[in-house]
Design a binder for this molecule. Structure first.
Ligand code: C2E
Ligand code: CA
Ligand code: CA
Ligand code: CA
Length: 275
């Protein structure tokens, strides 16, 4: 990198070869891991501003036989590049729907929702809606309890097609949240056309709010925008009482973060919900 900086060009990048090899290895590793059931879901509770649990976000983890628990930040990007996100994403959806079925009928869990992260690689597949409908039908999960989290990069694609897909799933009761709001390619001119029920304010803004000059103003604007468009607003990454007080003051409807709970494996989540 230093040499490149001096000469402004690179004839051969030995690191590139290593990266390509590593990616191919990781792809094969993900395929094997799916077959060996090394993936598991953890669940992070989401709450109303007085701490009433409203649901959970499903977050995938990889229990690697040698490396231990691997973060999705490490393997989701590779899974997206290699299309392994398609079988992995389908597995995540399936598991989340099965949890909904286990929760149904129990007064402690019956009303809870599950939020599932959907990669844009999955969403833009022509058969995305059929896949979701199929998993709902095969598991018997109630669509009203399923929320799909999308990112702003969906606005880069054909908006008509995006809206049509969302509406098709909305028609059976599935709802949508816009994840990490404010960090991507926001296009305010299209935002109002999307049938979203929730805006999730990225945690960088929640962190910045109490430390940076304009941080608080940015959160205020996002909350106002969400409310104007008829959405609920969820503050992500709330870690301190001061941050909770701030997002409550600003009018957020829900929050999520280590202050409430870290993502938990299912048995620990059950204990948390019964506390
Ligand atoms: P995300 O969707 O924004 O998920 C929230 C991330 O913030 C999670 O990281 C969560 O553990 C972390 N987090 C929650 N509260 C706090 C907090 O108070 N402080 C801090 N510092 N962090 C907090 P995680 O589980 O490592 O997931 C990282 C990202 O990987 C997710 O970001 C999401 O984009 C992606 N991801 C996770 N599971 C899936 C999945 O099943 N499918 C897809 N497509 N992506 C997933
Ligand atoms: Ca998310
Ligand atoms: Ca997020
Ligand atoms: Ca994020």
């Amino acid at each position: 990198a230093k040499a490149a900086g001096r000469n402004n060009f690179v004839l051969f990048d030995p690191a590139m070869q290593t990266r390509v090899t590593l990616r191919a290895q990781l792809e094969a590793d993900i395929r094997r891991a799916l077959a060996n059931q090394e993936f598991e879901l953890h669940y992070q509770p989401l709450a109303g501003m007085r701490g009433q649990i409203a649901g959970v976000e499903a977050l995938v983890r990889w229990r690697h036989p040698q490396r231990g628990l691997v973060s999705p930040a490490e393997f989701i990007p590779v899974a997206e590049e290699t299309n392994m996100i398609l079988p992995l994403g389908r597995w995540v959806l399936w598991e989340a729907c099965r949890v909904l079925v286990r929760w149904a009928g129990d007064p402690a869990t019956d009303a809870l929702e599950i939020s599932v992260n959907v990669s844009m690689v999955q969403f833009h597949r022509p058969d995305f809606c059929e896949q979701v409908l199929e998993v709902l039908a095969q598991t018997g999960a109630r669509p009203e309890r399923l929320r799909l989290e999308l990112t702003e990069s969906l606005l880069l694609n054909d908006v008509e097609c995006t809206v049509a897909k969302m509406q098709r799933l909305r028609a059976v009761g599935v709802s949508f949240a816009l994840d990490d709001f404010g960090t991507g390619y926001s296009s305010l001119s299209y935002l109002h056309r999307l049938p979203l029920s929730q805006l999730k304010v990225d945690r960088s803004f929640i962190w910045g709010a109490l430390t940076e000059g304009h941080g608080a103003a940015i959160v205020r604007v996002i909350v106002a925008l969400g409310k104007t468009l008829g959405m609920t607003v969820l503050a992500e990454g709330v870690e301190t009482e001061a941050q909770l007080a701030f997002v409550t003051e600003e009018g957020c409807h829900f929050y999520q973060g280590y202050l409430l709970s870290k993502p938990l494996p299912e048995d620990q989540l059950t204990a948390f919900l019964c506390r």
